[in-house]
Design a protein around this ligand. Structure first.
Ligand code: FAD
Length: 483
């Protein structure tokens, strides 16, 4: 009896069984299935997952392998350039078809196009799908057929496309393909060992599809109701924290969209505006992918040409203090320390910390972007690049350059009782609310009573914000004159 040629499902940033069109298509094709994940460390540095996302990947792959095993299939792990590994796997298994879900990072995009051509030439059926976005990044276009440069009209165009396709259910069963050799996950050493810096990450997250759906459910049962008003408060657990799950595609934006819409309908009336404010943030994610698609050098190159000549400063000591959460500005330092501990930082804190790096220290945004790439569990090429450029003032639809975040007033407004600062900077915990965001201005007696010794237990500010602001505005005036 001859066996039918198996199908390969190539998992990449879609580590889930539900709403996975490539997997569903393979099951519908009715042939045995070989699921594979390839660790492609040949990717240029900029695309290679950083330390925190590699940690996440380890657990997410383990969860995926378990779910696949529960359905009857075995996840094959391979390491090497996908352009070599995939054709090799086709040859070894006699696969007649390959299915995958699309990536939008420029390097992966080009590579996948080459792989598709080569495998088709060899007579293999190759099909790819959208599983990562609500709409393909090339679909929303202005009336003049141009890409959008401003978020609000982009968002309106996205909503006008209508509801995204309903999510697909996970297949009930997967027929396993022939046995194939693969790597052991432990041998990839994706998790740190000496030193093991991942204790805080383990405490904070449950990577994998079940963890992602649990997080979504918990958010829909609770914080979404107050999201609109509380989303800017880093002291409250008010946002979804779905970003790292979205990074590896353990849940899809379509699943999130429909789950939210379903709850809105079930709840009626009041919940609607808060839920829309949440969906709009998913819209920012789509906008980042739209920008990356049309401007593939977004992660490297300043989007607004005018900023190409910006007089950035070399400030290695300032950069080091920033990365350690030792700038002397509690709101900046709390954000960075939250990142060190959990691999995640609240969006408001990201904006404050990023603004401090590029405006108070005049350090190029690319340097902060690279550091976030290595430390964030949700490090995402499109979101990270677009957000850094937005904060720096050189990106699409960015705030005007002269709007410089003041860490003190931001702290007082968005962490009014100092709970966020106290949580991440225990050495300031005993300062009264009135001084928690500006220890440098507290009376000596107050500092003594709280056990704070400036310059010893907590730094004095490494720059004076008002002077730094003036310096940044002068630098901006210089490029404005040249433009
Ligand atoms: P929620 O508020 O619950 O939002 C839901 C989802 O919407 C998020 O998971 C995310 O996918 C998307 N989203 C929310 N805010 C934004 C935004 N401003 N831009 C794009 N998408 C958004 N996000 C990343 O996913 N990866 C990154 O590498 C990244 N780097 C950033 C760097 C800087 C300097 C800044 C200012 C922001 C960055 N963001 C990044 C955007 C944002 O901070 C995070 O998406 C958000 O904090 C994730 O938390 P959440 O899932 O609780 O968000």
């Amino acid at each position: 009896m001859t066996h039918p040629a198996p199908s390969i499902v190539w998992f990449r940033s879609d580590l889930r069984l539900a709403d996975n069109p490539a997997l569903t298509r393979a099951v519908e094709a009715g042939r045995p299935i070989i699921p594979v994940f390839i660790l492609d460390d040949e990717a240029p540095g900029r695309y290679r997952p950083g330390g925190a996302t590699r940690w996440w990947l380890h657990y997410s792959l383990r969860a995926l392998a378990d779910s696949l095993a529960g359905k009857g299939a075995r996840l094959i792990l391979r390491r090497g350039p996908a352009e070599t590994e995939l054709p090799r796997l086709v040859k070894e298994t006699g696969a007649g078809a390959i299915f995958w879900n699309r990536l939008y990072e420029p390097w992966a995009n080009e590579r996948d196009a080459r792989i598709k051509t080569e495998l088709r030439q060899r007579g293999c059926e190759v099909e790819s799908f959208n599983a990562r976005l609500l709409a393909e990044p090339w679909v929303p276009k202005t009336g003049g057929g141009e890409p959008y440069r401003v978020f609000t009209p982009f968002w309106k165009a996205l909503v006008a496309l209508g509801e995204p396709e309903p999510p697909l259910p996970a297949p009930p069963r997967i027929e396993a393909g022939p046995a194939v050799a693969g790597d052991e996950l432990e041998d990839w050493a994706l998790t740190p060992s000496a030193p093991d810096w991942a204790g805080g990450l383990r405490e904070s997250w449950t990577p994998g599809e079940t963890g992602a759906l649990g997080r979504l459910d918990a958010f829909l049962d609770g914080d979404i109701a107050t999201y609109k008003d509380a989303r800017n408060r880093p002291d409250k657990p008010a946002t979804s924290r779905l970003s790292p799950h979205l990074r590896w595609g353990e849940v899809s934006p379509r699943q999130i969209w429909h789950a939210v819409r379903h709850r809105i309908e079930a709840a009626g009336g009041g919940a609607e505006s808060s839920a829309w404010s949440f969906l709009r943030e998913l819209g920012w994610r789509e906008f980042s992918y739209h920008l990356l698609y049309w401007w593939p050098d977004l992660p490297e190159r300043t989007w607004k040409e005018q900023f190409l000549d910006f007089p950035w400063a070399e400030d290695e000591a300032g950069y080091r203090a920033w990365t350690k959460g030792q700038t002397g500005y509690p709101m900046v330092d709390a954000g960075i320390r939250e990142l060190w501990h959990t691999g995640w930082m609240h969006n408001r804190a990201r904006m404050i910390a990023a603004s401090f790096l590029v405006k108070d220290l005049l350090i190029p945004w690319q340097k902060g972007e690279r550091w976030f790439w290595d430390t964030l569990v949700d490090a995402d090429l499109a979101n990270n690049a677009a957000s850094w450029q937005w904060v720096a003032g050189c990106g699409a639809d960015a705030a005007p350059y002269f709007r410089i975040f003041n860490p003190l007033t931001q702290g007082r407004k968005f962490d009014p009782n100092g709970d966020y600062v106290r949580r991440w900077i225990p050495e300031l915990a005993r300062l009264p609310d009135a001084h928690i965001h500006a220890p440098w201005a507290a009376p000596q007696q107050t500092l003594d009573a709280a056990g704070v010794r400036l310059g010893e237990t907590y730094p004095v500010p490494i720059v004076d914000h008002q002077a730094a602001r003036k310096r940044a505005l002068e630098a901006f005036e210089r490029i404005k004159k040249q433009a």
